[in-house]
Design a binder for this molecule. Structure first.
Ligand code: TYD
Length: 219
């Protein structure tokens, strides 16, 4: 596995992952507030998206059917624009970047969910996130993975707003996506914090907060 670039100035890059319905977005907002309370400047962002161009790509990716390679290319194009325009500049300014999904989602959804070639995704990852001058990949220092059984997630999502292309997938798709996240964690256990997302919202938040403290990221 290529070396991970972690020390872009004093910036801190944290991604939030999990299947649809796992509840990660609520905690992203809470964690942003906790970092602000500790005196840090926070950039809250998301993928696909985070820039004008990437948000336009998001609309296409989430609404239109397309073959898996096309989807992967659009997602990585959005990621490239997002990295260049938002993530890298914020890290260079020493900010905390909290990103709702990043490349683990591509391996989980496109790779495992849609059964797309993981080698091709690794190549695209190297092209888009490679930092040749630093000899590694731009990856989050920490990835908070909200782990929830797909059947529970499906119950939570039932009757919610109109589902997008991925949310409309059957539970079997999310079983594969969840296995994809587990595989990503196994390949890079230091980076991942696994949170049991089946607990109450407050219990989940206590776990997220404690994990940040244990890693010395929050006082
Ligand atoms: P999500 O993050 O759940 O946002 P919201 O809470 O507003 O629905 O939606 C993004 C969707 O995009 C989600 O279903 C997962 C999918 N996705 C991929 O398939 N691949 C990716 O690389 C990323 C970043 C997201």
């Amino acid at each position: 596995m290529p070396q991970v670039i972690v020390s872009l100035s004093s910036g801190l890059f944290i991604s939030f992952e999990g299947i649809d319905g796992a509840g990660k977005s609520t905690h992203l907002g809470r964690l942003a507030q906790a970092f602000r309370d500790s005196g840090r400047v926070v950039t809250q962002t998301r993928e696909p998206g985070g820039t004008v161009l990437a948000e336009q790509l998001r609309q296409m990716i989430l609404q239109q059917p397309m073959d898996a390679l096309t989807e992967a290319l659009l997602i990585f194009a959005a990621r490239r624009d997002h990295l260049q325009g938002v993530i890298l500049p914020a890290l260079a300014r020493g900010e905390v970047v909290l990103c709702d999904r990043y490349t683990d989602a591509t391996f989980a959804y496109q790779g495992h969910g849609r059964d797309f070639d993981l080698q091709v995704l690794s190549e695209l990852e190297r092209w888009v996130q490679g930092a040749p001058d630093r000899g590694g990949l731009v990856q989050p220092q920490c990835t908070i993975w909200f782990d929830l059984p797909p059947a529970v997630a499906a119950e939570r999502l039932a009757g919610a707003r109109l589902p997008d292309k991925f949310e409309a997938q059957p539970v079997a798709f999310f079983e594969r996506v969840a296995a994809g996240y587990a595989a990503r964690r196994q390949a890079d256990p230091q980076r991942f914090v696994r949170i049991d997302a089946q607990q109450s919202i407050d219990a989940v938040w206590l776990d997220v907060h404690a994990a940040m403290q244990q890693r010395g990221l929050l006082p």
